[in-house]
Design a protein around this ligand. Structure first.
Ligand code: XMP
Length: 314
């Protein structure tokens, strides 16, 4: 993308021509889906219904925050709490690819349900280039099925439109900034949400543990960056491992969960390097996590670059 204004203008014209009826978009409040929603809104206005689904795998406070944000942008918003359905669908599932496919499929099913209710004939998705490149094209190996791609069933009854398909993350941010969106600088969050940050079964209880740890990681890192202790990393979060280890609380033996802190620098998510966070910050994060989440006994920092590790653990 050489020229942002040109891209936006061209996209709006193309979307106007492409979408004849009512469109529906899955908007998570993240940079990709919100930018897609606003682009389509500029093209077809109220004929776009923006659906925000609570999958149960969102971050702390996110359902409330995103609803307020989307309403403030004037989008035609429809909220669906599907958390119970998602927890049920993932019961007993531990394989990362199966998790991604189940979540993607259920997502589409829920959209089809909503789309039928409102008679939408077009589904807008915020897929960006790394999503489909890493999901395996003709000659590419599947690294992981990205949420927007892996979940699509072959018999999908609705037309798919992906306005940001050829853009990389830094380009999407440029478009978001150009459109005046406050979410332009928001860190990326995977489509399958916290489920791919819980290795093993992503139950409601384990999700609650991870959600709290993710909030602590975000708060501590953002506070450190705001008072100049470090640069704000490109992406930063917690991951819950399926490994318990021995510890001691008070004078008593404990046997509890292991939490990983992950923070990376990247430009386009295709490669990344582990952020060199100050030790004092990591120490504060570790102490706060073990003090406030009794189930967690051990906190470790992931020092792996991409490649060979991906940014997310699943
Ligand atoms: P990985 O883990 O593949 O992640 O190095 C690259 C970037 O993509 C985000 N990510 C996703 N984004 N749907 C998305 O829209 C997904 O299924 C998905 N999985 C990973 C990840 O957070 C990182 O920024």
């Amino acid at each position: 993308m050489r020229d942002v204004a040109g891209f936006v203008e061209e996209s709006i014209q193309k979307l106007k021509a492409e979408i004849k009826g009512t469109a529906i978009i899955a908007c998570s409040g993240g940079v990709d889906s919100t930018t897609s929603a606003v682009l389509v809104d500029r093209a077809i206005g109220k004929r776009l219904i923006t659906v925000f689904v609570d999958t149960g795998y969102l971050r702390k406070g996110e359902p409330e925050h995103v609803q307020a944000l989307l309403k403030n942008m004037g989008l035609n918003l429809h909220f669906v709490d599907a958390s119970a359905e998602f927890y049920k669908a993932l019961r007993g599932v531990t394989d990362p690819e199966r998790k991604r496919k189940i979540i993607g499929n259920l997502f589409i099913k829920i959209f089809e349900r909503e789309a039928e209710k409102i008679k939408a004939d077009t589904l807008i998705q915020g897929t960006i280039a790394p999503d489909w490149i890493e999901s395996g094209g003709d000659l590419r190996d599947v690294i992981k099925s990205h949420h927007n791609v892996g979940g699509l069933p072959a018999d999908m009854k609705i037309k798919l439109v992906e306005p940001l398909r050829d853009l990389y993350k830094d380009e999407v941010r440029k478009v978001a900034r150009y459109l005046g969106l406050a979410i332009a600088e928001k860190q990326p969050f995977p489509g399958p949400g916290l489920a791919v940050r819980i290795l093993g079964e992503a139950t409601r209880e384990r999700t609650a543990i991870l959600r709290e740890a993710c909030a602590i990681v975000e708060e501590e890192i953002e506070a450190a960056a705001s008072h100049g202790e470090c640069e704000l990393p490109w992406q930063y979060f917690a991951v819950l491992l399926p490994v318990k280890s021995v510890g001691v609380r008070g004078d008593v033996r404990a046997y509890g969960e292991t939490m990983v802190v992950r923070a990376v620098e990247s430009l386009d998510a295709m490669t990344a390097s582990a952020s060199p966070l100050p030790y004092s910050l990591l120490e504060r994060i570790g102490i706060r996590i073990t003090n406030t989440i009794p189930e967690v006994i051990r906190v470790v920092y992931d020092i792996t670059h991409k490649p060979p590790a991906t940014i997310e653990w699943e």
